[in-house]
Design a binder for this molecule. Sequence first.
Ligand code: HEC
Ligand code: HEC
Ligand code: HEC
Length: 90
Amino acid sequence: MKRIIAAAALTLFTAGLALAADTITLPAKNGNITFNHKQHQETLKDCKICHEKGPGKIEGFGKDFAHKTCKGCHETKKQGPTKCGECHKK
Ligand code: HEC
Ligand code: HEC
Ligand code: HEC
Protein backbone atom coordinates (compact mmCIF):
# COMPACT_ATOMS: atom_id res chain seq x y z
CA MET A 1 0.00 0.00 0.00
CA LYS A 2 2.75 2.42 0.98
CA ARG A 3 4.48 1.64 -2.27
CA ILE A 4 1.40 2.61 -4.32
CA ILE A 5 1.10 5.98 -2.54
CA ALA A 6 4.77 6.71 -3.14
CA ALA A 7 4.40 5.95 -6.85
CA ALA A 8 1.34 8.22 -7.11
CA ALA A 9 3.17 11.04 -5.36
CA LEU A 10 6.12 10.65 -7.70
CA THR A 11 3.83 10.85 -10.75
CA LEU A 12 2.28 14.09 -9.50
CA PHE A 13 5.70 15.54 -8.79
CA THR A 14 7.01 14.67 -12.26
CA ALA A 15 3.86 16.08 -13.89
CA GLY A 16 4.54 19.36 -12.07
CA LEU A 17 8.09 19.44 -13.33
CA ALA A 18 7.00 18.86 -16.90
CA LEU A 19 4.97 22.09 -16.95
CA ALA A 20 7.92 24.44 -16.58
CA ALA A 21 10.73 25.19 -19.02
CA ASP A 22 14.24 24.21 -17.93
CA THR A 23 15.55 27.75 -17.83
CA ILE A 24 13.58 30.92 -17.13
CA THR A 25 14.60 34.43 -18.13
CA LEU A 26 13.40 37.24 -15.90
CA PRO A 27 13.45 40.69 -17.48
CA ALA A 28 15.19 43.61 -15.73
CA LYS A 29 16.20 47.03 -17.03
CA ASN A 30 19.73 46.60 -15.73
CA GLY A 31 20.22 43.23 -17.43
CA ASN A 32 18.03 40.12 -17.65
CA ILE A 33 18.50 37.24 -15.26
CA THR A 34 18.51 33.73 -16.66
CA PHE A 35 18.43 30.89 -14.18
CA ASN A 36 18.15 27.17 -14.35
CA HIS A 37 14.68 26.50 -12.92
CA LYS A 38 15.01 22.76 -13.31
CA GLN A 39 18.28 22.67 -11.41
CA HIS A 40 16.73 24.72 -8.59
CA GLN A 41 13.74 22.35 -8.47
CA GLU A 42 16.03 19.37 -8.25
CA THR A 43 18.47 20.71 -5.68
CA LEU A 44 15.94 22.56 -3.48
CA LYS A 45 13.06 20.06 -3.90
CA ASP A 46 10.55 22.27 -2.04
CA CYS A 47 8.58 24.36 -4.57
CA LYS A 48 7.15 26.49 -1.75
CA ILE A 49 10.51 28.19 -1.14
CA CYS A 50 9.67 30.28 -4.21
CA HIS A 51 6.04 29.39 -4.96
CA GLU A 52 4.16 30.11 -1.75
CA LYS A 53 0.81 29.85 -3.52
CA GLY A 54 1.58 26.93 -5.82
CA PRO A 55 3.41 26.53 -9.13
CA GLY A 56 3.03 29.08 -11.92
CA LYS A 57 3.50 32.83 -12.07
CA ILE A 58 4.66 34.30 -8.77
CA GLU A 59 2.39 37.11 -7.61
CA GLY A 60 4.33 40.25 -6.78
CA PHE A 61 7.59 38.84 -8.14
CA GLY A 62 10.16 41.59 -8.59
CA LYS A 63 13.26 43.20 -7.17
CA ASP A 64 12.38 42.94 -3.49
CA PHE A 65 11.27 39.32 -3.64
CA ALA A 66 14.21 38.31 -5.82
CA HIS A 67 16.88 40.01 -3.79
CA LYS A 68 15.48 38.65 -0.54
CA THR A 69 14.66 35.11 -1.69
CA CYS A 70 17.15 34.43 -4.50
CA LYS A 71 20.17 36.44 -3.40
CA GLY A 72 19.39 35.77 0.27
CA CYS A 73 19.62 32.02 -0.16
CA HIS A 74 22.82 32.24 -2.20
CA GLU A 75 24.40 34.34 0.55
CA THR A 76 23.28 31.98 3.32
CA LYS A 77 24.35 28.85 1.49
CA LYS A 78 27.49 30.44 0.05
CA GLN A 79 26.43 28.91 -3.29
CA GLY A 80 25.03 30.59 -6.37
CA PRO A 81 25.59 34.17 -7.58
CA THR A 82 25.52 37.12 -5.13
CA LYS A 83 27.15 39.86 -7.21
CA CYS A 84 24.97 42.13 -9.39
CA GLY A 85 26.65 41.23 -12.68
CA GLU A 86 26.50 37.50 -11.99
CA CYS A 87 22.70 37.61 -12.20
CA HIS A 88 22.05 40.73 -14.30
CA LYS A 89 23.60 40.08 -17.70
CA LYS A 90 23.52 42.69 -20.43
C1 HEC B 1 14.37 29.04 -6.65
C2 HEC B 1 12.99 29.41 -6.79
C3 HEC B 1 12.04 28.41 -7.42
C4 HEC B 1 11.80 27.11 -7.05
C5 HEC B 1 12.42 26.32 -5.91
C6 HEC B 1 10.78 26.63 -7.94
N1 HEC B 1 10.43 27.60 -8.84
FE1 HEC B 1 9.02 27.48 -10.31
N2 HEC B 1 9.45 29.39 -10.90
C7 HEC B 1 10.32 30.25 -10.27
C8 HEC B 1 10.27 31.55 -10.91
C9 HEC B 1 11.07 32.78 -10.51
C10 HEC B 1 9.32 31.45 -11.95
C11 HEC B 1 8.85 32.57 -12.90
C12 HEC B 1 7.71 33.25 -12.17
C13 HEC B 1 7.08 34.42 -12.86
O1 HEC B 1 7.40 34.69 -14.02
O2 HEC B 1 6.20 35.05 -12.21
C14 HEC B 1 8.82 30.08 -11.92
C15 HEC B 1 7.86 29.57 -12.79
C16 HEC B 1 7.26 28.33 -12.68
C17 HEC B 1 6.17 27.85 -13.51
C18 HEC B 1 5.54 28.63 -14.66
C19 HEC B 1 5.91 28.06 -16.00
C20 HEC B 1 7.16 28.64 -16.59
O3 HEC B 1 8.00 27.86 -17.10
O4 HEC B 1 7.31 29.88 -16.62
C21 HEC B 1 5.84 26.61 -13.06
C22 HEC B 1 4.76 25.69 -13.61
C23 HEC B 1 6.72 26.30 -11.95
N3 HEC B 1 7.57 27.36 -11.75
C24 HEC B 1 6.69 25.13 -11.21
C25 HEC B 1 7.54 24.82 -10.15
C26 HEC B 1 7.48 23.56 -9.39
C27 HEC B 1 6.48 22.44 -9.63
C28 HEC B 1 8.48 23.63 -8.46
C29 HEC B 1 8.92 22.56 -7.45
C30 HEC B 1 9.23 21.26 -7.98
C31 HEC B 1 9.16 24.91 -8.63
N4 HEC B 1 8.56 25.59 -9.66
C32 HEC B 1 10.22 25.34 -7.87
C33 HEC B 1 11.12 29.93 -9.20
C34 HEC B 1 11.18 28.72 -8.55
C1 HEC C 1 20.61 36.20 -7.31
C2 HEC C 1 20.47 37.03 -8.46
C3 HEC C 1 20.53 38.53 -8.30
C4 HEC C 1 21.54 39.30 -7.79
C5 HEC C 1 22.86 38.82 -7.20
C6 HEC C 1 21.13 40.67 -7.93
N1 HEC C 1 19.89 40.73 -8.50
FE1 HEC C 1 18.85 42.44 -8.96
N2 HEC C 1 17.24 41.31 -9.51
C7 HEC C 1 17.23 39.93 -9.59
C8 HEC C 1 15.91 39.48 -10.03
C9 HEC C 1 15.48 38.04 -10.24
C10 HEC C 1 15.13 40.66 -10.21
C11 HEC C 1 13.66 40.74 -10.63
C12 HEC C 1 13.51 40.73 -12.12
C13 HEC C 1 12.07 40.72 -12.54
O1 HEC C 1 11.19 41.13 -11.77
O2 HEC C 1 11.79 40.30 -13.68
C14 HEC C 1 16.01 41.79 -9.89
C15 HEC C 1 15.65 43.14 -9.99
C16 HEC C 1 16.52 44.21 -9.89
C17 HEC C 1 16.21 45.60 -10.22
C18 HEC C 1 14.89 46.11 -10.80
C19 HEC C 1 14.97 46.04 -12.31
C20 HEC C 1 13.72 46.49 -13.03
O3 HEC C 1 13.70 46.40 -14.28
O4 HEC C 1 12.76 46.92 -12.38
C21 HEC C 1 17.34 46.35 -9.98
C22 HEC C 1 17.51 47.85 -10.18
C23 HEC C 1 18.35 45.43 -9.48
N3 HEC C 1 17.81 44.13 -9.44
C24 HEC C 1 19.63 45.79 -9.12
C25 HEC C 1 20.59 44.92 -8.57
C26 HEC C 1 21.88 45.36 -8.02
C27 HEC C 1 22.37 46.81 -8.00
C28 HEC C 1 22.50 44.23 -7.56
C29 HEC C 1 23.83 44.11 -6.83
C30 HEC C 1 23.93 44.89 -5.59
C31 HEC C 1 21.61 43.09 -7.84
N4 HEC C 1 20.47 43.56 -8.44
C32 HEC C 1 21.90 41.77 -7.55
C33 HEC C 1 18.28 39.08 -9.30
C34 HEC C 1 19.48 39.45 -8.74
C1 HEC D 1 16.87 28.17 -1.10
C2 HEC D 1 18.07 28.47 -1.92
C3 HEC D 1 18.00 29.13 -3.27
C4 HEC D 1 17.04 30.00 -3.75
C5 HEC D 1 15.77 30.47 -3.07
C6 HEC D 1 17.50 30.41 -5.06
N1 HEC D 1 18.69 29.81 -5.38
FE1 HEC D 1 19.80 30.15 -7.08
N2 HEC D 1 21.12 28.74 -6.47
C7 HEC D 1 21.07 28.05 -5.27
C8 HEC D 1 22.17 27.11 -5.22
C9 HEC D 1 22.47 26.15 -4.07
C10 HEC D 1 22.90 27.29 -6.42
C11 HEC D 1 24.15 26.54 -6.88
C12 HEC D 1 23.70 25.33 -7.64
C13 HEC D 1 24.86 24.54 -8.18
O1 HEC D 1 25.85 25.15 -8.59
O2 HEC D 1 24.73 23.32 -8.22
C14 HEC D 1 22.21 28.34 -7.19
C15 HEC D 1 22.64 28.80 -8.43
C16 HEC D 1 22.06 29.84 -9.13
C17 HEC D 1 22.53 30.38 -10.40
C18 HEC D 1 23.73 29.87 -11.20
C19 HEC D 1 23.35 28.59 -11.90
C20 HEC D 1 22.17 28.78 -12.82
O3 HEC D 1 21.03 28.44 -12.44
O4 HEC D 1 22.34 29.34 -13.92
C21 HEC D 1 21.68 31.40 -10.75
C22 HEC D 1 21.77 32.30 -11.97
C23 HEC D 1 20.65 31.46 -9.72
N3 HEC D 1 20.92 30.52 -8.75
C24 HEC D 1 19.58 32.34 -9.74
C25 HEC D 1 18.53 32.32 -8.83
C26 HEC D 1 17.32 33.12 -8.94
C27 HEC D 1 17.02 34.12 -10.03
C28 HEC D 1 16.53 32.79 -7.87
C29 HEC D 1 15.17 33.34 -7.46
C30 HEC D 1 14.10 33.27 -8.45
C31 HEC D 1 17.26 31.81 -7.07
N4 HEC D 1 18.45 31.53 -7.68
C32 HEC D 1 16.80 31.28 -5.87
C33 HEC D 1 20.16 28.20 -4.27
C34 HEC D 1 19.03 29.00 -4.32
